[in-house]
Design a protein around this ligand. Structure first.
Ligand code: ADP
Length: 236
């Protein structure tokens, strides 16, 4: 049974790798066309190409997620920890989302409730978790979404919190939220874009970083997603 699981993960990994190059090529061609480097486009042509580009982005994201999942399934998820400034990582991530936040008429705030020292974490992987939390908060917002991000200290841990006032998670579905490919019925209706892999991957990253991940949520009221990471003292 274990062998089959590993074999399947290997196949997924190979296929996903094979998809990477042609998808990047398609993305490049579309970008050249949209930039009108090869000639002027009509508004209609440009709209179709923008749609094609957005879908290509989604496919590239899915391929990356599948590669992560296959690594996790094979027990090969690798972290590259180094002293990292969590506050800076969060600010950088929020900046990357500002365009979407504005486009969706949402707001986002960030408060540092306690200063935290450098953490021994893989900055890119932890950023991936933060991005997942924030993109979900935006994606599952209704009308004017207010997103609040906090960091605070508790004992020897730092806690990251992302609050939203979106669609929330029905009680009966809470147990399945970190399961691979799981998307709540409401989420599927509300936002077609997701893959149901983000939180599965986030959980694996946080667990491997010796932290914890959890959430509280009320249907139609909103959700708060959290992770904690250990604060380790550095010898000088
Ligand atoms: P995706 O968002 O791509 O579907 P995730 O693994 O990130 O996948 O999330 C899994 C599911 O958890 C979502 O489909 C949704 O049902 C639920 N979920 C996650 N974050 C939120 C949130 N902030 N508000 C409401 N539901 C959420």
């Amino acid at each position: 049974m274990k062998n089959n699981k590993h074999k399947l993960a290997e196949v997924i990994s190979i296929v996903s790798h094979e998809f990477k190059t042609p998808l990047s090529a398609i993305k490049g061609y579309i970008e050249v066309l949209i930039a009108e480097d090869l000639g002027k486009l009509t508004v209609g042509q440009k709209d179709y190409l923008k749609d094609a580009l957005e879908n290509t982005h989604r496919m590239i994201e899915l391929v990356h997620d599948l590669l992560d999942v296959s690594q996790i399934e094979q027990g090969k998820l690798e972290l590259k920890p180094k002293p990292s400034n969590l506050e800076n990582i969060i600010r950088k991530t929020i900046k990357e989302f500002l365009f979407v936040v504005r486009a969706k008429n949402c707001s986002i705030s960030f408060k540092v409730l306690d200063k935290v020292p450098l953490l021994n974490i893989d900055p890119l992987k932890v950023k991936q978790v933060i991005s997942n939390f924030i993109s979900n908060a935006i994606r599952y917002s209704e009308r004017k979404g207010d997103i609040e991000v906090f960091i605070k200290k508790k004992g020897n841990n730092v806690i990251f919190e992302c609050n939203d006032n979106g669609i929330g998670i029905p009680k009966a579905e809470k147990k399945k939220i970190f399961t691979k490919f799981y998307r709540s019925e409401k989420a599927v209706i509300h936002a077609t874009g997701g893959s149901g892999l983000g939180l599965f991957i986030s959980k694996a990253i946080i667990k491997k970083s010796k932290g914890k991940i959890w959430f509280i949520s009320k249907e139609d009221k909103g959700s708060s997603f959290y992770f904690s990471l250990p604060i380790k003292k550095y010898e000088k």
